[in-house]
Design a protein around this ligand. Structure first.
Ligand code: SF4
Ligand code: F3S
Length: 109
């Protein structure tokens, strides 16, 4: 089992989550973070840290959503650099935090 970063993180990147992860399994892209499912120990401490509730336990997602976000977290965590320290969120974060359908805005590079 793993935890996964989902849609609400896109274009926000608050990064509060990375500070608490005991195994440092967050990876940073241009406007999203990914968890490496092979490294996550499923401790759950990152969930309450995210101001926009972007992190979920994989078992809490419906099947189609699970496959979508699992594949994204797995693939992008292998491509992006590790992040372990909190940094400023993205510009216009208050605006983006309220946008619901933004998965097409996820940038891989
Ligand atoms: Fe890290 Fe625990 Fe969150 Fe997994 S559930 S990403 S191990 S803090
Ligand atoms: Fe993203 Fe939330 Fe972490 S917005 S960077 S999952 S604190």
């Amino acid at each position: 089992m793993t935890h996964l970063v989902t849609e609400n993180c896109i274009q926000c990147k608050y990064t509060d989550c990375v500070q608490v992860c005991p195994v440092d399994c967050f990876y940073e892209g241009p406007n999203f973070l990914a968890i490496n499912p092979d490294e996550c120990i499923d401790c759950g401490v990152c969930i309450p840290e995210c101001p926009v509730n972007a992190i979920v336990e994989e078992g809490d997602l419906p099947e189609d959503e699970h496959k979508y976000w699992f594949d994204i977290n797995q693939r992008l965590s292998q491509k992006w650099p590790n992040i372990t320290k909190r940094k400023d969120p993205m510009p216009d974060v208050e605006l983006w935090a309220t946008v619901k359908n933004k998965r097409n805005s996820l940038r891989e590079e």
